[in-house]
Design a protein around this ligand. Structure first.
Ligand SMILES: *[C@@H]1O[C@H](CO)[C@@H](O)[C@H](O)[C@H]1NC(C)=O
Ligand SMILES: *[C@@H]1O[C@H](CO)[C@@H](O)[C@H](O)[C@H]1NC(C)=O
Length: 357
């Protein structure tokens, strides 16, 4: 400890003295260290550890603050909309709950047509030096906000519809089971040329797009995806007991805090759907039947997979039980069994030889 204190004092003196330009006097004042390299040589390791710890602490303080400002400013932009449209914003008194220094949670409820809204502001782990260094070498993390609205069931037509950037549309479509299974990409005149729709039917597009196109166009550069869906984003392992929740998902990238307002039109588009879908999104019987048919086809596929999976599990269970039973046999019986299996295997080998010959 005293060595470290001595080191800090020496660095401080050396720095101030050198800054003043009295190098010769300094040599007299601190005879032990008359150059920086010499100091490094004496205190090399301590110096390295100390600066590293200092760097981690400074990164934590500034990174945490940076993320906090970004999250709170973004929330402040959305808050008037949330307050006007939901009777409850946040949980336990906090409108924005901190989950980690780079993750803030949004929760809304208490509105006609809506069950809940779960949101997440997820930013670069700026507070964490080590993780920041790692993200430099892996896929870059981007500051985003995601809002997942769970709508009340049965208030508007089923169907899958999305607006995504052209540049990342294929990737997003491949990542989401509902988009992959039910939608096709299509260009729309009313959309900004950087955007494209993924839709299950034209009639669905005609019902939903007018609600959101202007607003999405206004902030197209920040949009990740806007999805209306009655199907899950991840492929189900088995057939559901009850219908999937109807949801609207919006995800966008965050501008820097001083320009946070630029994302507002995207959130307005989402809010417009809360009443807009129950009002306007009702397709004709023909299209409705088509949508139902597509769900049945998908269910068949999932059912088949689930059946195969069940058969595999049963077979595994049978083998496990057989092994257990063998383990419990007396040594004598085990020997007999082994001999029997060896005979069986031999027969098989012989048969192979004869067929080959
Ligand atoms: C939702 O918020 C918007 C903007 O403040 C407002 O115009 C609209 O009336 C609100 N909707 C409801 C149902 O309160
Ligand atoms: C929103 O929904 C998507 C897809 O279901 C899911 O991957 C994501 O974790 C959800 N985000 C939040 C904040 O609930």
């Amino acid at each position: 400890m005293s060595r470290i204190l001595g080191l800090v004092a020496s660095i401080a003196m050396l720095a101030s003295v050198q800054a003043a330009g009295f190098v010769e006097q300094a040599t007299a004042a601190i005879p032990r260290f008359n150059s920086f390299p010499e100091l490094l040589e004496q205190f090399g390791h301590e110096f390295m550890y100390l600066s590293f710890i200092l760097l981690i602490l400074i990164t934590y303080m500034f990174g945490k603050k940076h993320n906090e400002v970004l999250a709170k400013t973004t929330m402040a932009v959305m808050l008037p909309l949330f307050r006007a449209n939901f009777s409850r914003v946040g949980d336990n008194g906090a409108e924005l709950a901190i989950d980690a220094p780079h993750e803030y949670i949004i929760y809304l409820t208490g509105r006609r047509h809506v069950a809940t809204v779960h949101g997440l502001i997820k930013m670069k782990p700026r507070q964490d030096l080590i993780r920041t260094i790692f993200t430099l070498f892996s896929t870059p993390v981007i500051d985003t906000c995601t809002l997942n609205v769970t709508m009340n069931p049965d208030e508007y037509s089923d169907g899958v519809f999305a607006v995504v950037p052209k540049s990342s549309g294929t990737k997003i479509r491949n990542r989401n089971y509902d988009l992959t299974t039910f939608t096709k990409a299509s260009n729309q005149k009313s959309l900004d040329e950087s955007l494209i729709t993924l839709t299950e039917s034209n009639e669905l597009t005609e019902a939903i797009l007018p609600l959101v196109s202007d607003k999405l166009n206004q902030a197209a550069e920040w949009l990740d995806y806007f999805i209306v869906s009655d199907q899950p984003a991840a492929k189900p392992e088995s057939l559901p007991k009850k219908p999937h929740a109807k949801r609207i998902s919006l995800s966008f990238r965050l501008p820097k805090a001083t320009e946070a307002r630029r994302i507002l039109p995207l959130v307005e588009a989402l809010i417009a759907c809360l009443d807009g879908l129950p009002q306007d999104c009702h397709v004709t019987t023909v299209i409705k039947n088509k949508i139902v048919k597509a769900r049945e086809e998908a269910a068949k596929d999932i059912g088949k997979k689930a059946q195969a999976e069940r058969a595999r599990e049963l077979e595994e269970k049978r083998l496990r039980e057989k092994r257990e039973a063998e383990k419990n046999l007396s040594p004598d019986a085990q020997r007999k069994l082994a001999a029997k299996e060896e005979k069986k295997a031999q027969k098989k080998r012989q048969k192979k030889v004869t067929t080959r010959g």
